[in-house]
Design a protein around this ligand. Structure first.
Ligand SMILES: [Zn+2]
Length: 237
């Protein structure tokens, strides 16, 4: 059995190859064509059959490699656009090829965010959370706080050996916990700043003054302003 993480040059995006025997599962294969080809070459080298390709969420950087891996069982062989052969409700475990994969809903970055946990491999893939190279990018600050609280609880009470964020290096549970706590602290500071502003303009200024918990790539820096707008719409409509 093996777990291999591939890293894209774009935002250190993670792709995971999980293999057992002659079968394997991919999570978020990407991003650039040559990077996807590198994963495909490794699959051929290991001589494993990809039974399933999972996406932690439907942001383009996490789904753009799906077209390169047609699942033989689906009977569909489309190279080009990412596609969805099957959906599931997060919460239940799924038998996917050789692995029993636990699924955990992680809304807040996107509504469809899902963590995948394979106990046999002691690995948890968390999509765009717990990154040491980014800070939270939210669609819902309230949902994201709930997701972080759930992850903190999980990391304390039922920690996996390996945590693989969607961007940046793999972490131990002990390394992931302070990231989750710092991110939750940031979102509460943002909440409190926006709540204290009497008007929308005051609230926006207060929100923009909140420090992000860590730097991110330059082209992602405006995400803090987007987080402030999300917090404003949650308070003022
Ligand atoms: Zn991402």
């Amino acid at each position: 059995m093996l777990v291999e993480r591939f890293e894209s040059a774009l935002w250190e995006t993670s792709s995971l190859l999980l293999a057992a025997g002659s079968e394997a599962v991919l999570i978020d294969p990407g991003v650039a064509a040559d990077e996807v080809a590198r994963i495909a070459a490794r699959v051929r080298e290991l001589d494993v059959r990809i039974t399933h390709v999972l996406a932690t969420h439907a942001d383009w950087d996490h789904v753009c490699g799906i077209a390169a891996f047609p699942v033989a069982a689906s009977g569909i062989d489309i190279a080009g656009e990412p596609r969805v052969d099957r959906t599931f409700a997060a919460g239940a475990a799924l038998q996917l090829g050789p692995f029993l994969v636990e699924t955990l809903a992680l809304p807040g970055h996107t509504p469809d965010g899902t963590a995948f946990r394979v106990r046999e491999l002691d690995v948890l893939a968390v999509g765009d959370h717990l990154s040491t190279v980014e800070f939270p990018f939210v669609t819902s600050t309230a949902a994201y706080r709930g997701t972080l609280a759930a992850l903190i609880d999980l990391l304390r009470r039922d920690p996996p050996a390996r945590v693989v964020p969607g961007h940046g290096p793999e972490l131990t549970a002990a390394e992931a916990l302070p990231v989750a706590e710092a991110d939750l602290g940031y979102l509460w500071e943002l909440h409190d700043a926006v709540t204290a502003g009497a008007t929308q303009d005051e609230a926006r200024a207060a929100g923009l003054a909140v420090d992000v918990p860590r730097p991110a790539a330059e082209d992602l820096a405006e995400a803090h302003a987007a987080n402030v707008e999300a917090a404003l719409s949650e308070r003022f409509g």
